[in-house]
Ligand binder design. Structure first.
Ligand SMILES: [Zn+2]
Length: 314
């Protein structure tokens, strides 16, 4: 039985302007607007009508869980989904990440695979229904997007995981899509960049998920034989079977600041070893300090960093 089926042709990317990580106008905050939002005074006409105020401001503001400041969402978006006050890196979609890294003119590929629900799995609701809901919500067929393009002068294939698709979990489609990215690298002698964002293996595909680890690791070994670089970027969060396999197999394993990276969750570990875990445990900086990562790179510098690394590795 096939675990994945082809359904549509490859999608070319629309032409989009080059991303400028250093916009001319710095992101600034209007203190008056902030105090208006906090409603310290109710001089605004109709401010008593909280229902109406809420409707008007809904979706415009967001509270940073790093510094607890209320931020204008457009400012966060303009700052690559990084808090302009404290530098907290928020989650980012796979397609946006690809647009951030690659030069204009790249193509999205391998987006035609779909899970066949090999175990006919049902928990609180059928896995098939979960898939349909996630597909509708994200516009993707599964939790990964492959792209072919360049970073600087270097030809690369990027596999970006999509956390909002069932927690970026890795089933047969994610595994096969990464395997195809590796095949493209082998054919075209390109470097592979995986942007990891995942809760781990996809439970609803059971052992089929775990089989992906061996398949990907085998492909990575073939790349290694040919001396083709593989860089893994671990983003918030990268956990479970993904951390335990390809996310830690890069020639370079780099992470975004403050990303949760680990195998089991901290609560499970605390309950198992019956000890309190140290501050910042399973965060990028802690892992860097303890030798699990090669670097922690802010999002705005990611592209330049990878480009320089490829200069060195090629
Ligand atoms: Zn913040």
């Amino acid at each position: 039985m096939p675990f994945a089926s082809a359904a549509s042709a490859e999608t070319p990317t629309p032409n989009r302007p080059a991303f400028d990580p250093h916009p001319a106008a710095p992101v600034r905050y209007n203190e008056m607007v902030m105090s208006w939002f906090k409603r310290e005074e109710s001089s605004v006409e109709g401010a008593a009508d909280s229902e109406e105020s809420r409707v008007r401001t809904e979706g415009l503001w967001s509270k940073c869980d790093g510094c607890r400041q209320i931020l204008f969402k457009a400012d966060i978006d303009a700052n690559l989904h990084v808090c302009p006050k404290c530098g907290k890196h928020f989650k980012m979609g796979a397609r946006e990440r690809i647009a951030l890294l690659l030069e204009p003119g790249y193509s999205l590929v391998d987006g035609n695979l779909e899970s066949t629900d090999p175990l006919h799995f049902v928990d609180r609701k059928p896995y098939r229904e979960r898939l349909v809901a996630a597909q509708r919500q994200t516009g993707l067929r599964d939790a990964i997007v492959n792209a072919v393009g360049h970073i600087g002068p270097h030809p690369v294939v990027v596999s970006a995981m999509e956390y909002s698709f069932i927690g970026g979990s890795m089933g047969a489609v994610v595994g096969e899509t990464i395997a195809r990215a590796i095949d493209r690298c082998l054919e075209t002698r390109s470097a592979l960049i995986i942007l990891a964002a995942s809760g781990g293996a996809r439970m609803m595909e059971g052992v089929v998920s775990l089989m992906q680890l061996a398949k990907i690791a085998t492909g990575l070994a073939q790349m290694d034989d040919l001396g083709l670089p593989y860089i893994c970027v671990l983003t918030d969060p990268t956990t479970g079977g993904v951390t335990a396999s390809f996310a830690m197999l890069g020639d370079l394993n780099i992470a975004e600041p403050g990303a949760l990276i680990g195998f089991a969750g901290p609560r499970v570990i605390e309950q198992t070893i019956r000890q309190k875990l140290p501050e910042g445990f399973q965060r990028s900086e802690f892992l860097l300090e303890h030798g699990f990562l090669d670097a922690v790179v802010p999002r705005a510098e990611l592209k330049a960093y990878i480009s320089r690394a490829l200069d060195f590795m090629r």
